[in-house]
Design a protein around this ligand. Structure first.
Ligand code: DP6
Length: 321
């Protein structure tokens, strides 16, 4: 019996992943670029070699669908594996619009890999985490990371790579929680709907690699305006694709739009702030850390809760057991 515990943080895409070229291998149709955050985290312990599989979330037995996703992932990692016990907990609310599947599968991949006695190969772990949930492959790395599209049919070159470390640039993500209601259509289903029905999908796939290039350059140059502009463009393009899917995927609420307009007003007042939204109504605002309080004050009237997060580390083994 071997035990290992890992911690991983969620990430927010600046240039978004939306659409798959292979559902079976979970291969993206576009590259993407993200920031891994600090403070919010998933902590996962894996006991490798017990009589029967068991999965617990936040101290209680996991719902069956969640437990199956976890054990299917362990089967992928190690087809002839023994029984495993997985204990996982999040220190952040699931309604925060921060994909807990990203930090969840990154932490699970790192902990299970160590418990199985394998060495920590980040690229292999990023590929593995991608199979659990695409965005998870980016949480293997801290700070800014890019998920390479890759071209090999087996997906062995579709993984994240580091772009800049967490302390490279003092930016912040202000996470504005507009509603705590669960989202209507999950990412996996939504992406397939967009791929098969949105007339805008082909241009999304065609233009996103150029957005990633621009975003990467902007990070290297520490050019917040360039990064903010390409980030907002990417999210608005993605939501254009979502809204033009059939049936439409309309994730925004009135509060979403109110925050978007506040962010535009902040810019007109000279504060560098840009917004991004994922498959839900929450808005995440990118700004310099020193401007975060101004952003919070401006958007507070429209939202239920606000979290200010900074770039954080990639997934790691937690030795404090
Ligand atoms: C809108 O990684 O949750 O947040 O690979 O199907 O598990 P699956 O999807 P997931 O999708 C994330 C989509 C997004 C944009 C992004 O994080 O890049």
């Amino acid at each position: 019996m071997q035990t290992a515990t890992a911690i991983a943080h969620p990430n927010i895409a600046l240039v978004k992943y939306w659409g798959k070229r292979s559902v079976a291998l979970n291969l993206p149709a576009v590259p993407s670029l993200s920031i891994t955050l600090d403070s919010f985290r998933t902590r996962t312990q894996v006991v490798w070699g017990v009589d029967a599989d068991a999965v617990h979330v936040d101290g209680s037995p996991a719902p069956a669908a969640f437990a199956k996703r976890v054990t299917d992932f362990l089967d992928l990692m190690s087809p002839n594996r023994p029984g495993c016990m997985v204990l996982t907990e999040n220190n952040f609310p699931s309604g925060a619009g921060l994909a807990s599947s990203a930090s969840g599968f990154a932490a699970l991949a790192v902990a299970a890999n160590r418990a199985a006695g394998r060495h920590d190969d980040r690229t292999a772990l990023s590929i593995m985490a991608r199979r659990g949930s695409g965005s998870a492959c980016r949480s293997l790395f801290g700070g800014f990371s890019e998920w390479k599209l890759g071209s090999r049919p087996d997906g062995s070159d579709s993984h994240a790579v580091p772009v800049a470390s967490p302390n490279y640039w003092a930016v912040a993500m202000v996470v504005a929680v507009v509603t705590e209601r669960a989202k209507a259509v999950g990412s996996t289903e939504g992406m397939e709907r967009s791929r098969t029905t949105s007339p805008f999908y082909p241009s999304w796939v065609e233009t996103t690699p150029g957005d990633v290039e621009k975003a990467r350059e902007a990070v290297y140059e520490r050019d917040l305006e360039a990064l903010g502009q390409v980030m907002e463009r990417s999210t608005l393009k993605m939501h254009g694709v979502m809204m033009s899917s059939d049936p439409p995927l309309l994730y925004w609420l009135p509060g979403t739009l109110a925050v978007l307009h506040e962010v535009g007003d902040l810019r007109r007042q000279g504060i560098g702030a840009w917004a991004t939204m994922d498959a839900g109504p929450q808005v995440k605002v990118l700004c310099m850390h020193q401007d975060a309080e101004r952003v919070v004050e401006a958007i507070k009237p429209h939202v239920r809760r606000i979290h200010v997060l900074r770039p954080g580390p990639g997934a790691f083994i937690d030795d404090e057991e």
